[in-house]
Design a protein around this ligand. Structure first.
Ligand SMILES: Cc1cc2nc3c(=O)[nH]c(=O)nc-3n(C[C@H](O)[C@H](O)[C@H](O)COP(=O)(O)OP(=O)(O)OC[C@H]3O[C@@H](n4cnc5c(N)ncnc54)[C@H](O)[C@@H]3O)c2cc1C
Length: 213
């Protein structure tokens, strides 16, 4: 399988960094081809703005969606977006690994989606090509996330509500909207409280999980 690993944590020596390293080794050992988008290392520009479009459909009025359709159609998107678009086209599986920040993804990853999930490439709203007809159909997508809170806090009836329901804004409204099959998220709770030993156990659990992909 061709796997694109999109990773958004600012510290390589973090627990997230160890999860990522585990994934790189495990996926390669299992015979998968892997490409990586390490967003902080890439210093990925996280803000969609007029600089993303080298040739404007309308230089007088900036309509982001219209410019995305035009930029994709004319091959005039900024080079950093085009590189990510090519990686997605190549991939069978997209893995998004990140720490939960404000019950959502870090801004750098949201910005990657804003800029790289280009209209005309991932969906065609004019032709109704969304969900089952989304342009990324045939691909799968997986969230791997760590959080500070316990599973109890992030369950239905818990203080924060069910994290899986919060993440459906990503799994349903982004992954499935663009036609991808959303795999159930792999979540590690209560991460700041992990002892080194418990962390090693979680890394092993992740390794075993990846081997079943
Ligand atoms: C802006 C912001 C918003 C946040 N919002 C939320 C929120 O809404 N909900 C929520 O639940 N949390 C939230 N958090 C907390 C955040 O999700 C956690 O701090 C994060 O997931 C922890 O992951 P880490 O990789 O940074 O862990 P680290 O701090 O790097 O590691 C945690 C522990 O893992 C163990 N460990 C580290 N490396 C290894 C290794 N190589 N092998 C074995 N064990 C190891 C260590 O014992 C370490 O103490 C927020 C944090 C920030 C900064």
């Amino acid at each position: 399988m061709n796997v694109l690993y999109i990773y958004a944590h600012p510290e390589p020596r973090s627990f997230n960094g160890a999860l990522r390293d585990t994934a790189m080794v495990t996926l390669a050992r299992a015979g998968h081809q892997v490409k990586a988008s390490n967003l902080y290392v890439m210093k990925f520009k996280a803000v969609l703005d007029p600089q993303d479009f080298r040739i404007r459909a309308n230089p007088n009025h900036f309509n982001p969606a219209a410019e995305q359709v035009h930029g994709f159609g004319t091959g005039s998107l900024a080079p950093d977006i085009r590189e990510e678009v090519e990686k997605i086209s190549w991939a069978d599986l997209l893995i998004f690994q990140f720490p939960i920040w404000w019950s959502y993804m870090p801004a750098i990853l949201k910005g990657w989606i804003d800029r790289v999930f280009v209209q005309g490439f991932v969906v065609d709203l004019g032709e109704g090509q969304v969900y089952d007809h989304g342009l990324l159909r045939g691909k799968k997508a997986l969230i791997v996330a760590t959080c500070g809170s316990t599973k109890e806090m992030y369950s239905r009836g818990g203080v924060h509500g069910d994290l899986n329901e919060h993440l459906s804004i990503i799994t349903h409204n982004i992954f499935e909207f663009t036609g991808m099959e959303a795999l159930p998220p792999f979540i590690i709770y209560n991460v700041p409280a992990l002892t080194r030993e418990a962390g090693t156990h979680e890394l092993e659990r992740y390794r075993s999980f990846l081997e079943t992909l």
